[in-house]
Design a protein around this ligand. Structure first.
Ligand code: SF4
Length: 372
C-alpha cells in the first residue's frame, strides 16, 4: 500500500509501507518493534515450500531479528488482553441486561460495517480495542517509562493478515493521548517481500523465541486467527473449571468449523447464553437483519469479515485452495494444542501486566473512545 507522498526536490516520489519500515530500521535513533498476528504464522511457510498451514512463527522471529528489528512480540499476547477485557465487559452487560447482544470489535472491517450500515447497533460494539491496538498502546507506554526509554523513539510495526488493519491503525478513536499507537502496518504478503528483498533464505532458518515481556500468548490468544476463536477464548475465560476435559467440551460446543453462520448456547451460572458466530459480511448482514427484525435474539455475536476468519484475510498470500484453508485453521488449532496455557487469565505475563504497567490505565490503553 502507499502511504505518504513527499517531495524534497520537486520530483514526487511515493513511499510504500515497507519503505517506511526500511527507513525506520536504518535509523539508529529509532527502536523498531514488531508484533506478529496469529494468522500470519500459518501462511508464510507455504511460500517457501514448507508444509501448508504449519506455524513458522519461530522462523519469522529469526528473520525479523536479522533484518534489524529490536524487539519482536506476539499479538496473541494482546489477544489475551482483549479476552480479559471483553469477557469482563460481557459479564457486566449480562448483569445489567444492557447493550446486548455484545458485538465483537477486533475485526475493523466488521466494525466499519456496523458504524456505516447498522448505526442503531453502534452502542452494542465492544469498546475493547483490537489485539493490534492493545499491544501497540501497551508497548508505547512501556517504552515511555524512563528506565526503558534509552533515548530512542519507538516505531511500532504490526504484521497483519489484513489490509483493513491499516485503516484501523489510523482510526482516531483508538489513539492514546491523541497519538497513533501503531505506526506502520504491513501485510503478510509485504512481509514475504521484505524477507525476499533482504536476501534471507527462509526455509532453513532456525526458530527463535519472541522477546520479553510481551512474547507469549495462551492457546486462547492464538486461535483468534480463525472464525470462532474469539468466542472460544471468551468461553475458556468464563469457565472456572481448568481441566483439559472442560477445554475439550468448549471446543465441541459448536464454536468450531467453517460454516458461515453458527448458533449455539452455553450455560453460565444457570443462565442460557445464546451465541452466534458468523464469518463473511454477507453472513453478517443476514444475522444483523434477523436480530433487527426480532427473529433472532443473542447475547454475543462474533463476526469476522473474511470467510473463515483472519487466516483468509486480504493481506495473506492469495490462491489458497480448500486444502490450504483447512490446513491454516488446523495450524492454529495445533499451535493451541501444544500450549501448556490455554486460558488468557492463566498467562503469567498478562497477570503481571495487570498488576504493574496497566494498573489504573486499563481504560486509557485498552479501550476505544466512542465509535460515533
Ligand atoms: Fe482483517 Fe479479515 Fe481478520 Fe477482519 S477477518 S481482521 S478484515 S483479516
Amino acid at each position: 500500500g502507499q502511504c505518504r507522498v513527499y517531495c524534497p526536490t520537486g520530483a514526487i516520489s511515493i513511499k510504500t509501507h515497507t519503505d517506511l519500515v526500511w527507513d525506520a530500521l536504518a535509523d539508529p535513533n529509532v527502536r523498531v518493534v514488531a508484533q506478529i498476528a496469529p494468522a500470519v504464522r500459518v501462511a508464510v511457510g507455504d511460500h517457501y515450500g514448507l508444509s501448508k498451514g504449519r506455524s513458522v512463527m519461530g522462523k519469522i522471529v529469526n528473520a525479523l531479528h536479522r533484518m534489524g528489528f529490536d524487539e519482536v512480540y506476539d499479538t496473541s499476547f494482546s489477544a489475551d488482553l482483549t479476552i480479559m477485557e471483553e469477557s469482563a465487559e460481557f459479564l457486566d452487560r449480562i448483569k445489567k441486561g444492557e447493550k446486548l447482544p455484545l458485538l465483537t470489535s477486533c475485526c475493523p472491517a466488521w466494525v466499519k460495517f456496523i458504524t456505516d450500515q447498522y448505526k442503531d447497533y453502534i452502542p452494542n460494539l465492544s469498546t475493547c480495542r483490537s489485539p493490534q491496538g492493545m499491544l501497540s498502546a501497551v508497548i508505547k507506554e512501556y517504552f515511555r517509562q524512563p528506565e526503558h526509554q534509552d533515548g530512542k523513539k519507538t516505531v511500532m510495526v504490526s504484521i497483519m493478515p489484513c489490509t483493513a488493519k491499516k485503516a484501523e491503525a489510523i482510526r482516531p478513536n483508538s489513539f492514546t493521548h491523541g497519538e497513533q499507537d501503531t505506526d506502520i502496518v504491513i501485510t503478510t504478503t509485504e512481509l514475504i517481500r521484505m524477507i525476499d528483498n533482504f536476501g534471507i533464505d527462509f526455509a532453513p532458518l532456525d526458530p527463535e523465541a519472541c522477546d520479553m515481556p510481551f512474547g507469549f500468548g495462551s492457546g486462547g490468544g492464538v486461535i483468534f486467527g480463525v472464525t470462532g476463536g474469539v468466542t472460544e477464548a471468551v468461553l475458556r475465560r468464563l469457565t472456572k473449571d481448568h481441566r483439559k476435559e472442560s477445554m475439550h467440551e468448549i471446543a465441541e460446543c459448536g464454536v468450531r468449523g467453517d460454516e458461515g453462520i453458527k448458533e449455539f448456547s452455553v450455560m453460565y451460572e444457570g443462565m442460557e447464553i445464546k451465541i452466534c458466530v458468523a464469518n463473511g459480511l454477507a453472513n453478517a448482514r443476514k444475522v444483523m437483519d434477523q436480530v433487527k427484525n426480532g427473529e433472532k435474539e443473542y447475547h454475543l455475536i462474533e463476526v469476522m469479515a473474511c470467510r473463515r476468519g483472519c487466516i483468509m484475510g486480504g493481506g495473506q498470500p492469495t490462491r489458497a485452495g480448500a486444502r490450504t484453508k483447512a490446513l491454516r485453521a488446523k495450524g492454529l488449532y495445533n499451535a493451541d494444542n501444544t500450549m501448556i496455557i490455554k486460558k488468557s487469565d492463566e498467562n503469567p505475563l498478562v497477570v503481571e501486566l495487570y498488576n504493574g504497567l496497566l494498573k489504573g490505565k486499563e481504560h486509557e490503553l485498552l479501550h476505544n473512545k466512542s465509535y460515533e
